[in-house]
Design a binder for this molecule. Structure first.
Ligand code: C2E
Ligand code: MG
Ligand code: MG
Length: 575
């Protein structure tokens, strides 16, 4: 017998008894209370825990709609089943619309037990989903090694501090800190020691600050420190000193003293920036400078950027590079695990520089973003990628082409037109294109992003959330977007077999993605074992060196034809 705590909203003792008997015959062992007014129902909901609520449709002092509203107001998510005499189809439909889970006729209790079974199961699924979301939320905001806020949370806090600073006209300071020889510790003593050291550093930094200040771990050996309310410019010096002093005493790891040094970059608002984004960039530039000069810290100065000669040089060169056809596309295949079929390719841009050789996108996309060159660059990538897609199509190889969209492009009002024109210029169809955007790009301006994404989706272009898990603020916001695919960031995938935390993130993202009706793709698959593990977790697609490295465009067709995987022929659309 299965125990069941049933709250019965019912004015008739006899009807309640019939209901209980039916439950018992169906294998349940009900513990129940019967109520027939709002007050007593409220009392019972507060006093005891319930698995399910049964309610008559109308009673002398109460009715099912009010009972349902009352249940809702408590925030409890319990199955609510109406058990009543004939109420007519209209009212039954209305009851279901207002959120009742089912309605059963008193004269036909046969349906009761199956409905209870089903609703209890559904309620449990909802509960598990809520728990998973809470886990993901925690993972999304807290760095698991140091238990400090992570980058995503830190960016939000910087944003809040900047808004408050602008409003109340006070100073905000942002410090970025990078440990100087952390890599040596990691490489010589191992990851566990590395993690231990990061954790101890976090504790010391925290102790050197006021409770109202924030310390976050931004990734690797980088920490972010936010002073949301700095009394004066001069007040920054003692803080910098305190942070440095806190690292002076060597860290003990297994009785071995380890000395840690750090570089810091500092930027102030309003002096150096008037937005969170720019403040972060400026602190980063200052940090870069401090490291270059091997100094303890550097406070940002406009001399460092973007007008600096090196920066201007790179920017001018990229412009020439674009005009002189120095950009190249590489393509990396995407595999459907279940069918063993290559369903898509991701276009990855490179810059064939006349002197420096092949430059990876991490070195020039940011420059392109900051100079407005990203627009023409993205347009070029979309056109070239779709042209390659068409060539494959002519050789009977049907794949969908994924192109990365930078944050800047996502918020560009001309995006839609540009994409439409690019598709036309390549002689392709919108269905052949998938655009990848990162969550961090979406949160910069969710409203604008949503408008652009909706319009693209209506046009027939598929959308993917790239690098999922690294920097998002809310799953709810993604749920509202017309997203077809999420790509789990490779940082979780590559080590999922050795790191249980990574494995758990991967599993949770797959489940949540499926709950939202999206295809889930794992990036960074480097071994067969990881591929098999992902298959077992019901992941849909994979990308990574094990399937294929990014290939230069001209070799793509041949590579696909010779690969051990099946390549969809024309007529079989990829996802
Ligand atoms: P992404 O979109 O997440 O692309 C995946 C990156 O992971 C690629 O690096 C790819 O070469 C690498 N990768 C793929 N499989 C594996 C693997 O098994 N192991 C490892 N360790 N790495 C793997 P890549 O080509 O250097 O691109 C880096 C990033 O630059 C991309 O990340 C994307 O965000 C950006 N990017 C590339 N092309 C474009 C573009 O045309 N426009 C824009 N806006 N961004 C681009
Ligand atoms: Mg991508
Ligand atoms: Mg990615």
């Amino acid at each position: 017998m299965k125990p069941l705590r049933a709250l019965i909203v019912e004015d008739s003792d006899d009807d309640a008894a019939l209901l209980l008997r039916e439950l018992q015959q169906g294998g349940y062992e009900p513990v129940h209370a019967r109520v027939q007014t709002a007050e007593s129902m409220k009392q019972e909901l507060f006093d005891s825990a319930w698995d399910i609520v049964f309610s008559d449709f109308s009673m002398p002092y109460f009715n099912a709609f009010d009972a349902l509203a009352l249940l809702r107001s408590t925030g409890l998510d319990l199955p609510f089943i109406i058990v009543s005499g004939t109420i007519g189809e209209d009212r039954a439909v209305m009851a279901m619309k207002s959120g009742a889970h089912d309605y059963i006729l008193k004269g036909n209790l046969k349906r009761l037990v199956p409905a209870v079974d089903r609703e209890l199961r559904e309620a449990q699924i909802r509960e598990e989903r809520r728990r998973a979301e809470a886990v993901v939320h925690h993972l999304a905001y807290v760095d698991p090694v140091t238990q400090l806020p992570n980058r995503a949370r830190f960016l939000e806090q910087v944003e809040e501090a900047v808004q408050a600073g602008l409003r109340d006209e006070h100073l905000v300071a942002l410090l970025l800190m990078d440990l100087d020889r952390f890599k040596e510790v990691n490489d010589t003593l191992g990851h566990d020691y590395g993690d231990d050291l990061l954790q101890q550093v976090g504790v010391r930094l925290r102790q050197a600050l006021l409770p109202s200040d924030t310390v976050a771990r931004l990734g690797g050996d980088e920490f972010g420190i936010l002073l949301p309310h700095l009394a004066s410019h001069e007040a920054i010096d003692p803080v910098i000193r305190a942070l440095h002093d806190s690292l002076d005493v060597p860290f003990m790891m297994d009785n071995i003293p380890i000395a840690v040094e750090a570089s810091m970059g500092v930027a102030l608002m309003p002096e150096h920036a008037d937005s969170a984004n720019v403040l972060m960039q400026r602190a980063d530039i200052a940090l870069y400078r401090a490291k270059g000069l091997a100094s303890d810290y550097t406070i940002y100065s406009p001399r460092f950027s973007p007008q600096s000669p090196e920066w201007l040089g790179l920017m001018a060169e990229l412009r020439d590079g674009l005009e002189q056809n120095q950009l190249r596309l590489y393509f990396q295949p995407k595999l459907d695990i279940r069918t063993g079929r290559i369903t898509g390719c991701e276009a990855l841009v490179r810059w064939q520089h006349p002197r420096h050789g092949l430059i990876l996108p991490s070195r020039f996309i940011l420059v392109a973003e900051q100079t407005g060159l990203i627009g023409p660059l993205t347009e070029w990538v979309v056109i070239e990628a779709l042209k390659s897609c068409q060539e494959l199509c002519h050789s009977q190889m049907q794949v969908k082409m994924s192109v990365n969209l930078s944050a800047r492009s996502l918020h560009d009002t001309r995006l839609l037109q540009m994409i439409a024109q690019a598709i036309e210029a390549a002689g392709a169809r919108p269905e052949q294109l998938m655009l990848e955007v990162t969550e961090s790009a979406i949160v910069l301006d969710p409203q604008r992003a949503k408008e652009n994404l909706l319009a693209l989706s209506q046009m027939g272009v598929a959308l993917s959330i790239d690098d999922f898990g690294t920097g998002y603020t809310s799953l709810a916001s993604i749920k509202q977007l017309p997203v077809n695919e999420i790509k789990i960031d490779q940082s979780f995938v590559t080590n999922m077999l050795s790191d249980p935390k990574d494995a758990m993130i991967v599993r949770t993202v797959i489940d949540l993605g499926h709950n939202f009706g999206m295809t889930v793709v794992a990036e960074g698959v480097e071994t067969r074992d990881v591929l098999n593990a992902l298959g077992a977790l019901d992941c849909d697609g994979v990308q990574g060196y094990f399937i294929g490295r990014p290939q230069p465009g001209p070799l793509l067709g041949q590579w696909l034809a010779e690969s051990p995987w099946i390549v969809g022929s024309a007529g079989q659309a990829g996802y």
